[in-house]
Structure formats: structure tokens, C-alpha cells
Design a protein around this ligand. Structure first.
Ligand code: ATP
Length: 307
């Protein structure tokens, strides 16, 4: 019988995103506070027929169709790259796999959708190669090393919870869990923003942040305090590229969000609310206005094997 492996991984929001000036290695150093959200990508993996390589099918019923259509299904998909890199690490030939990705995270939205797919794939292929080919199972730390080569957000999507990310965001220091549940509204844009374009605009604007001590966030004891400490150095760059975003932020705060902010490189706006009921009521208002909004909660687990 063909074995089916299911895995999932969370979206992230950057509660704090501090960005330093462009370094000589071509990257910007960051000091980031990640929170994993209960908005999960689900990946299903089965063995393909010999010689068929990696085939990928992407679907989803909660996102606008344009988001699903924007995801490549060939060698450019991060899941495909994950299969190639993982098998290289194990000195194995590239496996024959059929992969189904159930997308829930807005695409090119600053919520780590592709990184979550890669993180789910890492735990799935780790299990698959072990069961099918008897390869030793890699630890979470070893998977995170492979993940960091695939994308800066992949290690955090593996770990989940709340964590500080330094370097390019790929060096993860897990923190104690937040002492409360957080309620979020995510307002996705019809058009994505490319992360390199936003960093380029950040350089043009020339306003680098300073790095603060993020370790104390685990002691935050109210939603109001959490909201007041949220910052994103990339927000001015995202506003400059998409001026309508700043209107959405103001609108959300007028409607009762404790804090609304561009998530990572955007253009998704993440808005923090005191309660689920309030977040859902505001999501209904935005939907009636023709915007795309969904609600979710944090914190969430990192990548899990779901069967
Ligand atoms: P991050 O927050 O990690 O910077 P993002 O959430 O802004 O990333 P993604 O949804 O990961 O952005 O997509 C960025 C681009 O990556 C997409 O435009 C798409 O072309 C490409 N891509 C490759 N693989 C995937 C995937 N599995 N899911 C989504 N996009 C993918």
C-alpha cells in the first residue's frame, strides 16, 4: 500500500522587525520577534511512480484564486527545492514524490507561506526517507540547518511558538510562551510585494533601526502592552511602495484594533485584537468593503507530522 505522510507548519507574524543597514554579504542583519499563528499550510506526500520525479499540486479554498495561481508548481516551488536539498544532504537520489499543498497563508504577503511549506516538507520528507529507505532521522536542529539554506523564515516555521530571529532571521532563539492567547485579523492584498523589492526601498529611504533586547517579551502581560511594543522597520518601505496600506492600518485601528501593522515585508496587514469576537466583527466589515480578511490566533506549534 502506498504510504501517505501528512505534515503542517504555521504562518508567522513579526511582532518586532528591526533591520540594520545592508552588509557586505548582500544581506540585511535583522533582529526579529516571531510569533507562530494557527493558520497552517497542510502538506501531503506519497511516493510517485519510479522516474516521475517530484510533482506538486497546490490548492486552497480560503484564499483568493490569484494567490493559489501565483504559486509555482515546478522546480521553483520551495517544496521542490526542499526535496532536492534534503536528498543531496543524505546522499540519496532525488525521490519520486507526489505532493499536495493545501494553502491557507496569503502568498507573497510577508507571512512566510512558502517557508511554512518548506518547513512542513522537511518533517515530511525526513519521515518518508526514514520509513521508505531506512535513512537516519535528522533532528529538528539539523532540519533547521537545511531550512536556513532554503529561506530565512524556514527555521522559525520549524520551531514555531515565539522566538527571536537574528542574522538574516534564520538564527532562532526560542522564548518562553506568551502568557496569553492573541487574536489576529490578517488583511491580505490582491497584489504581493516581493521581499527583495521592499528591502531595496528600505535602503533607498535610508532609515535603519537600532536593535533592542527582545527577551523581555515573554513577560508581557497584557494585549495592550503587546500592541504598544510592536514595530516594523520595513513598514515605511512597504507604505512607500503601496500607499494604500497605510490607509488600511489607520482604518483597522479606527475600527478597534489594539495595533495594526504591516507584517514583515508586507503587504499583509496584521491587526491585533482584544478578543476573537472583535476580530471577527471587524473582518466582516472589511469583507463587506471588498477587502480580503481572515482571523486567526497565536501562538502555534511549529512543523508537525500529522499522521
Ligand atoms: P516571507 O514572509 O517568508 O518573506 P512571503 O510570505 O512574503 O515570504 P511567499 O508566500 O513565501 O512570500 O512567496 C514568495 C514567492 O515565492 C511567491 O511569489 C512565489 O513565486 C514563490 N514560491 C515558491 N514556492 C512557494 C510556495 N510553496 N508557496 C508560496 N510561494 C512560493
Amino acid at each position: 500500500m502506498n504510504r501517505i505522510i501528512r505534515a503542517s507548519a504555521p504562518a508567522k507574524v513579526n511582532l518586532v522587525f528591526e533591520v540594520g543597514p545592508l552588509a557586505t554579504d548582500g544581506y540585511h542583519p535583522v533582529n526579529s520577534l516571531f510569533l507562530a499563528l494557527n493558520l497552517r499550510e497542510e502538506l501531503t506526500l506519497v511516493a510517485g511512480n519510479p522516474g516521475t520525479g517530484v510533482s506538486i499540486y497546490v490548492h486552497g479554498d480560503t484564499l483568493p484564486e490569484a494567490h493559489i495561481n501565483a504559486v509555482p508548481t515546478d522546480h521553483q516551488n520551495l517544496v521542490y527545492k526542499t526535496a532536492v536539498l534534503f536528498s543531496q544532504r543524505l546522499d540519496m537520489p532525488k525521490p519520486d514524490l507526489q505532493i499536495d499543498i493545501h494553502k491557507r497563508i496569503p502568498v507573497a504577503g510577508g507571512m512566510a507561506g512558502g517557508s511554512a511549506d518548506a518547513a512542513a516538507m522537511l518533517v515530511a520528507i525526513n519521515e518518508f526517507m526514514h520509513l521508505e529507505h531506512g535513512t537516519p532521522k535528522l533532528s529538528l536542529e539539523e532540519l533547521a540547518v537545511i531550512g536556513a539554506e532554503l529561506g530565512s523564515d524556514v527555521p522559525f516555521c520549524l520551531y514555531g511558538g515565539m522566538a527571536i530571529g537574528t542574522g538574516r532571521g534564520q538564527i532562532i532563539e526560542p522564548l518562553e510562551p506568551l502568557q496569553m492567547e492573541t487574536h489576529w485579523l490578517l488583511c491580505a492584498s490582491g497584489k504581493g510585494l516581493s521581499t527583495p523589492t521592499v528591502f531595496h526601498e528600505f535602503d533607498e529611504l535610508g532609515k535603519h533601526g537600532t536593535f533592542s533586547d527582545l527577551g523581555s517579551f515573554a513577560q508581557v502581560s497584557s494585549i495592550a502592552e503587546l500592541g504598544s511594543r510592536m514595530t516594523n522597520d520595513l513598514e515605511p518601505a512597504a507604505f512607500s511602495l503601496m500607499p494604500a496600506l497605510s490607509e488600511v492600518v489607520t482604518h483597522l485601528e479606527e475600527l478597534g484594533a489594539v495595533r495594526a501593522m504591516v507584517s514583515g515585508s508586507g503587504p499583509t496587514i496584521a491587526a491585533l485584537f482584544e478578543s476573537e469576537a472583535k476580530a471577527e466583527a471587524v473582518a466582516k466589515v472589511l469583507t463587506a468593503e471588498g477587502l480580503f480578511a481572515l482571523t486567526t490566533t497565536g501562538m502555534a506549534q511549529g512543523s508537525t507530522l500529522d499522521s
